[in-house]
Each structure stands twice: as C-alpha cells, then as structure tokens.
Write a protein that binds this ligand. Structure first.
Ligand code: 13P
Ligand code: SF4
Length: 335
C-alpha cells in the first residue's frame, strides 16, 4: 500500500516514530526538489507563514496561484482556497496539508440548496464570496473576496438585482457600504461570530486611544465599534501605517504575527471573545495545518486537491470575472 492511500493522521503516526528531522530544512529541500511554491493565508500558524514564499489575503493568494510557474502549489490555508488554486491552475499539483481544513461558511451553503436558491431568483445576479465550495462557485456569476467586493459591486448596473452568499454579515456590510439592496444567504463565520461586544467595550475603556480594526465577517454590532473595516490585507496595511501605538484587532489573531514583524514597536491586542480572551477566535480549520503536515504533503504529494473537470470549468468563469473586475491592488481606505 502506497503512503498516498493513508490518511493524514495515519501518516503523522508513522512520522512520529521516525527519527527527529529538521522540518524547516526538509521543507526547504523538498520545495526545491519538487519545484513547489508555498502559499499561506494570514490566519495560518506563524511557523507556516514564516516558511511561505508568499503570505496574503484570499484575492492575492488567488492571483499568485493563477500566475505561478511552479509545478506544485502547497497551500497553507483552507480547502476552498486550495480548490481555487486548482481551478485557476489545473496543470499544477495542488496539495493541502490537511484535507479536513474546511470552513463554516462553505459548510453553511450546500451546492444543491444554493442551486435551488438561485433557481428561485432567476432575475438576480449571484455574487458569491470566495469562501464556498467549487460546486457553489460553479453555480455563481461572479466571485468576490472581501478586498474586491466593493469595487466589483460598483461595476454592476444599479438596476440589476443581486443575491449574495454565503456570509450574511459581509453581505449586510456590503449592502450598507454600497447602498445596494441584496438578497442574503444565511451563513456565518464561526470565528468572527465569537467576538463579544461587552468584552470589546471593556477593552476600549482600557485603551481609549486604540483604534479597532475589524473584518467584515464580524456581526454588525462589532463593526459598529470599529474604526477601520476591511479584508485581512487592508487591516494589516492600516495597522502598519497607523500612527497609533496600540491597536485592537477583531479578526483571526494569527494575522498579528505579520503586524509584529512589520511594526515591532507597536502593541496589537486581539479582540476578546465572551470569555474575555481571544483564544476562542482562532480558526479551528486553519489550525489543522502544521509544519509536520506541510512536510508530509510535500514529501508524499498528498493530500492532493482534485476538482472534477465539469465543475472546474464552470467555476473558473466567475473566478476569472473576479480577477478581471478586481483589477489592480484595491486602494486601502481608512473610513
Ligand atoms: P481575506 O483574507 O480575503 O480577508 O479573507 C478572510 C477569511 O476569512 C479567509 O477565510
Ligand atoms: Fe472560514 Fe471563518 Fe475560518 Fe475564514 S476564519 S476559514 S471564514 S471559518
């Protein structure tokens, strides 16, 4: 039986019995041997961010995956992100350290129910958040990320009706920002839902000069307390450029790693959950990827991401629209 047929956990068990390896050196060796590129999202464990060739938000990671000339893309992120890489670069081998690294937004939107929702609203354009399965993308008109959505909505004629899935908080925020009425799917991110208004208000009292930076996947009650709202790339940019010395960060706390690297003299405080600390706001899906699993997936080229060709071709169309409509880097706004 080849190693590829074993589960990640079984391969980890075998690996546990092996003599200690210098994982960073081994990953560097395999990256070269395989002509691999390692892409990582800001929510990944800092050890993975530090090893990656590129760390970015969902839009920038998609652009990198579409443009790479590597033979292998090792995606340190969640499954829908690795699927996007495969859809845009079908000739590459795309590996994900742990295939179980899903997303609550993807789970909230089963493809058959989404297809029925679309069929019930044939006069609506479907603007779909990239946090969904390849099959849902295949039923969509345009994919958006949180960094590109406003720019893309501005290009949709005002009389055109829009439905937005699967994140109801991001959809509601976009609706407020753009003044466009949108039919919303009822999905949420379990990570951004956990921030506590009461605890955030207490923290603001302790740090009255600290701006609050929030991701639009947060509920409106949290966004109402924010000084800046934006995608991870925008939050990072704001944190680095802001004259404030202490900032409160209402998104997955692993992004603070890049803030500390870019502005070591500043203090970044993760917004708290109901228990008063930010530990509950770690994304459990992102956390499934580890250094050991990255090593194993580069060594064995498994778990590999496969998207059935009929779905891949249909899903590529709304992703290509996103890349075209998003244009160059989206300007960061502080309002
Ligand atoms: P962005 O990095 O595009 O802001 O997405 C955040 C997120 O929740 C990814 O799962
Ligand atoms: Fe999904 Fe939320 Fe985790 Fe992002 S942070 S992968 S939206 S569960």
């Amino acid at each position: 039986m080849g190693l590829g047929s074993l589960t990640v956990d079984a391969r980890l068990d075998l690996f546990g019995a092996a003599p200690a390896l210098d994982l960073r050196a081994e990953i560097a060796r395999l990256r070269k041997e395989r002509n691999a590129v390692i892409l990582a999202h800001y929510y990944q464990d800092p050890a993975l961010q530090d090893l990656a060739d590129f760390v970015g938000d969902s839009l920038d990671l998609s652009r990198k995956a579409a443009a790479t000339d590597a033979d292998v893309i090792a995606f340190c992120g969640v499954k829908f992100m690795a699927e996007v890489a495969k859809i845009l670069s079908p000739d590459k081998t795309v590996v994900l350290p742990d295939l179980k690294a899903g997303c609550s937004l993807e789970d909230s939107c089963p493809p058959d129910q989404f297809a029925a929702f679309r069929a019930a609203h044939p006069d609506h354009v479907s603007l779909t958040y990239i946090n969904c399965s390849a099959a849902v993308k295949a039923h969509s008109d345009i994919i958006v990320t949180s960094s590109s959505a406003e720019r893309i909505i501005a290009q949709i004629p005002p009389e055109q009706k829009i439905l937005f899935a699967p994140d109801k908080h991001l959809g509601a925020w976009l609706s407020r920002r753009t003044g466009r009425d949108m039919l919303l799917w009822d999905g949420t991110c379990i990570v951004h839902e956990k921030f506590s208004v009461t605890e955030l208000l207490k923290l603001k009292t302790l740090h009255p000069d600290a701006p609050v930076l929030a991701h639009p996947e947060c509920p409106a009650a949290i966004l109402d307390l924010a000084d800046y709202i934006g995608a991870t790339s925008g939050i990072l940019d704001f944190a680095l450029k802001s004259p404030a010395q202490t900032l409160i960060v209402a998104t997955e706390p692993n992004i603070i790693h890049q803030m500390q690297l870019g502005a070591p003299g500043k203090t970044f405080i993760g917004a708290p959950g109901a228990d008063g600390n930010c530990g509950c706001n770690m994304c459990p899906f992102m956390a499934m990827n580890t250094l050991e699993k990255l090593y194993l997936c580069l060594r064995d080229l498994t778990p590999v991401i496969d998207v059935p060709e009929v779905i891949r071709v249909r899903a590529k169309l709304p992703l290509d629209r996103m890349l075209a409509m998003a244009g160059g880097p989206v300007p960061v706004r502080g309002d």
